[in-house]
Design a protein around this ligand. Sequence first.
Ligand SMILES: NC(=O)c1ccc[n+]([C@@H]2O[C@H](COP(=O)([O-])OP(=O)(O)OC[C@H]3O[C@@H](n4cnc5c(N)ncnc54)[C@H](O)[C@@H]3O)[C@@H](O)[C@H]2O)c1
Length: 252
Amino acid sequence: MQLEDKVIIITGGGQGLGRAMAEYLAEKRVRLALVDLNQEKLDETAAACRALGVQARTYLCNVASEEQVIQTVTQIAEDFGSINGLVNNAGILRDGLTIKVKDGEMSKMSLAQWQSVIDVNLTGVFLCTREVAAKMIELQNEGAIINISSVSRAGNVGQANYSAAKAGVAADTVVWARELARYGIRVAGVAPGLIETDMVASMKPEALERMTAVIPLKRLGKPREIAHSVAFLLENDYFTGRILELDGGVRM
Ligand SMILES: NC(=O)c1ccc[n+]([C@@H]2O[C@H](COP(=O)([O-])OP(=O)(O)OC[C@H]3O[C@@H](n4cnc5c(N)ncnc54)[C@H](O)[C@@H]3O)[C@@H](O)[C@H]2O)c1
């Protein structure tokens, strides 16, 4: 897909990887619909994109809410008149061991801790994909949907909720690629390793140090490196149903 003047939706576009993707795509003249829970951060990203000379609109929306996603996608289609792609990037972490025994005391991952991550990182991706694909078919717009999975999809200690969601996202990337190809919609994924963002800054320093030591390239990835891969997947018309692993060579 040639990106100039195309309309791409980025969820979690307020900060971190989503903002880096927005800025990278703005440099390629993409028109952006930025979706997030945080209006202030959305405004900052939109301003950075507009400074690059492209149209950028913001939408406050919880990707885990069916009603809000339906309403937001309808609004985006009205505002732009077309939709050529979606990056399912919004995500949260609520790490913890499923069972922890310390000093004879046992604690468990709560159902709320499990469910909140599944709701945003898996159900949110399902809802946004379903609604955006439906709208693209209705508008007869072709394009691509890019899902942000994670190296943790292989199964990371302390991330039963997150690993399950990210593995689900990777599996459904294949499902949707197969289901939506007939409508001219490709579906691909990126599984980033550890990238320098606020999400990572919230991790315990000793865990971060341990994880950096096992990366063959001995450094974290940069948000712009992930943005570059998203642009590549949007552009390359033969890439579908696969996950691009961008992780400095690390294996979980
Ligand atoms: N940072 C990393 O190292 C890393 C590694 C692998 C995968 N990822 C994935 O990349 C994506 C972006 O991560 P990040 O590091 O930029 O995170 P981040 O916390 O910096 O940004 C996430 C953004 O998503 C928004 N968001 C959260 N819940 C939302 C919801 N329910 N509805 C709408 N927006 C919501 C937040 O407001 C925030 O702006 C996530 O899916 C994450 O799992 C990140």
